[in-house]
Design a protein around this ligand. Sequence first.
Ligand code: BG6
Length: 491
Amino acid sequence: MTQDTTPDIDLALFGALGDLALRKLYTALYHLDRDGLLGASTRILGLARQDIDAEAFRQRVQQALKKHVKTALLEKTCLERFIARLDYLQLDFATVEGYDAIARWRKDVERPMTVYLAVPASIYGDICRNLSASGSLDEQTRVVVEKPIGYDLESSRQINDAIGEAFPESRIYRIDHYLGKETVQNLIALRFANPLFGNQWNQNQISHVEITVAEQVGIEGRWGYFDKAGQLRDMVQNHLLQLLCLIAMDPPSNLDADAIRDEKVKVLKALKPFTQETIGRDVVRGQYIAGSINGESVPGYLEEEGANTESRTETFVAMKTEVSNWRWAGVPFYLRTGKRMPEKLSQIVIHFRQQPHYIFDPDQRDLAANKLIIRLQPEEGIALQVLTKDGGLDKGMRLRPGPLHLDFNSAFPKSRIPDAYERLLLEVMKGQQYLFVRRDEVEYAWRWCDQLIEGWKARDMPPRRYPAGSWGPVASIAMITQDGRSWYEDY
Ligand code: BG6
């Protein structure tokens, strides 16, 4: 994991004119190129159905970069160098005809190829089969796939099987873009490089953990996809469970991909299954109705473009769960994620236990515990809330909570925080898998979500309404207050 040079690769990008590619991937690749992190001879072949030539493709990519890269960072020489790396192939992904053009593009080239599938998972199988049948793959070819890997355990197995027929696990890179976020990786450094935290990280010292991933956006033209998924499949099955794993896992014996992923799998296996009783008590599903965000009216979920007005799909989930093992027995993990919340906020709060014997004013007892607040986005940073004496002659020994605060932007002002895709693409090029999700992780996460979804179906409960611009249904607040706690609000 040291910073060595990036090997040259050929990148075959399926879905080259799709939203993900245009919004995220070229931008990330451009930044890597600008920072000197792309191999000098690395080339990119865009593949899509549209009948355009390479020149028109380069123009489209250039337009996308102008839209998504800060003007100050869009330097003429870098841009020209990057655009010169691009080529285009029109291809119908579903049939094998035409795939042989990939081998022709690569003729006489020694460098390994990475295939990036920026397309719906339903066609991963076709593409992998056609790549194999057309002889486009060799012993070095890697494949990158995006979430969602399936809709449930069964469908994820089918997709993983189809990919697995063409690629061994060691060359499959399943993206969960949260793992590419700088602060998410910092969880590993924070936990395993700091003895201060390492020694406290268990049920003796921690009373509970909160993970909030709040989004301000709504469905953004993706109603068709989202309505089949819902917030549990779209966000919890992958991003929130990955965060939970990084918080809860035991120290890996080293930083190798499998050492880390083995520990994450143990957490997923230890997640307590829900029962009908705990689903009723510890899980809240919500759906937003019209409301306002930043002073502007926004429509409800059922009024979004393309909506089925009968939909019961959840756009918000809050839940209490537990990791049933020695380290965490009895420590609730409260998870909450929703669309159309008042702000975009991804934050983990570790609540430490109180001192065994309390000697200060009785009315301040509830204050008297430390909290570690890890802000993933926006404004990445870490704050440790500590208690000090309130200043002033009239205050006696009154306590006052205040943060020991590390704001990444001001503490390390020179470093641009790279987008998750930059980190992930770089790791693929270097052949390092520790930031990618292994097959068994995907499947254990589905297993846990599936039984929750089954439980929802059995109860046949519609989601609770919450106005856009609020923190979710009132029931999600009641869920945590019934334990004598509240969602952490101040940063
Ligand atoms: C994606 C989900 O995986 O993550 C989207 O499909 C969600 O629905 C997005 O909006 C959130 O990512 P980020 O990086 O903006 O927090």
